[in-house]
Design a protein around this ligand. Structure first.
Ligand code: GEK
Length: 247
C-alpha cells in the first residue's frame, strides 16, 4: 500500500473543519490509520483468519466502510473458495478510487482481486443478503448513534445462522479517570509514532464531532439485543477494541 506520510495537521490551520474522508485523506490513509489506531495491522490480519474459519460456502462477505479495502483484501487472501464474492462498501468516492488503484497495483493474484466488488454507497442504504461474514472495522463509530441499531438489525437479518460480525471500534469510558487514562495512552502511542502535540490536538478537534465512540458495554448490549447468540471481545489495545458477534 501507499506510504505517503500523513502531514495533514502538521501546520496550524486557520479553520478546523470537521474531518471527512476526502482525496487528501485517501492519499495518506494507510500511514494515518497505522500511526493512529493501535493494533490496526493485527485486527486486519485477524479479520482474514476469523473470516476463513466462519465463512460458509455459497454465501457472500461484506466489508462495510472499507476505505482502501485492507480488510476485504485480508479476507480475500484467507478464504479459499473459487466463487468467493466480497462486497466492499464505502461512501467516499475518493477512498474507492484509490482502493481500486491499489488493488490493481498490488501483487495479489487476479482471482483474489477479482472477488472484491467495490460499491460507493451509504452502508445504511445497501441490502445485506446471504452472508456469513460481515466486517465493520472502525466504521460504526462514524454512523449516527440513532441509526446504529437499525444497521445492525439489517446485518443480522441478512446473515445465516453461525455467521459472524467482526466489529472494531474506538471505545469510550463512563468513568472520567479511566477515560482520561485511556485517552492519554492513545496519545502516547501517537506521539511515539511521530505525531506532534499540534497534530494530535488539531486532529482531535476536527474528528470529535464525527467519530462518536460508545462504551464496550453499550456495544455488547446492542449486539445481544439485536439477537446475536454470542458476543466476545477478542482484542483491545488502549481504547481500541474488536468484538466478534455470532448469530
Ligand atoms: C479498514 N475499515 O481499513 N457509509 C459508507 N461508508 C462510510 C459511512 C457510511 N455511512 N460513514 C463512514 N464511512 C477500514 C477503515 S475508516 C476508519 C475504516 C477510520 C467510511 C468512511 O468513508 C471511511 O472510509 C470509513 O468508513 C472509516 O479496515 O478512518 O478511523
Amino acid at each position: 500500500m501507499s506510504t505517503n506520510l500523513d502531514t495533514l495537521y502538521s501546520r496550524p490551520l486557520d479553520k478546523l473543519v470537521d474531518f471527512n474522508f476526502d482525496e487528501k485523506v485517501a492519499n495518506v490513509f494507510p500511514d494515518m490509520i497505522n500511526r493512529s489506531v493501535p493494533g490496526y495491522a493485527s485486527i486486519v490480519a485477524m479479520t482474514g483468519i476469523l473470516s476463513a474459519e466462519f465463512f460458509q460456502p455459497h454465501t457472500q462477505c461484506y466489508d462495510l466502510g472499507c476505505s482502501l479495502g485492507a480488510s476485504a483484501l485480508s479476507m480475500a487472501k484467507a478464504i479459499k473458495e473459487d466463487s468467493l464474492k466480497i462486497i466492499a462498501v464505502d461512501n467516499s468516492q475518493a477512498m474507492l478510487q484509490k482502493a481500486e488503484l491499489l488493488l490493481q497495483q498490488s501483487e495479489t493474484s487476479e482471482s483474489t482481486s477479482k472477488c472484491i466488488e467495490f460499491i460507493c454507497d451509504d452502508i445504511n442504504k445497501i441490502d445485506v443478503v446471504n452472508t456469513s461474514v460481515v466486517v465493520m472495522n472502525f466504521t460504526l463509530q462514524f454512523i449516527l448513534p440513532a441509526q446504529r441499531s437499525e444497521l445492525l438489525k439489517k446485518i443480522y437479518q441478512g446473515m445465516n445462522k453461525g455467521g459472524i460480525l467482526i466489529l472494531s471500534e474506538k471505545l469510550n469510558y463512563n468513568d472520567t479517570e479511566q477515560q482520561q487514562l485511556l485517552i492519554d495512552m492513545h496519545h502516547f502511542f501517537k506521539k511515539a509514532n511521530g505525531y506532534s502535540d499540534l497534530e494530535i490536538s488539531q486532529k482531535r478537534q476536527t474528528i470529535e464531532n464525527v467519530l462518536l465512540p460508545e462504551t464496550l458495554e453499550d456495544h455488547k448490549l446492542r449486539l445481544k439485543k439485536t439477537g446475536f447468540k454470542q458476543v466476545e471481545q477478542w482484542f483491545q489495545c488502549f481504547n481500541f477494541s474488536s468484538l466478534i458477534a455470532i448469530k
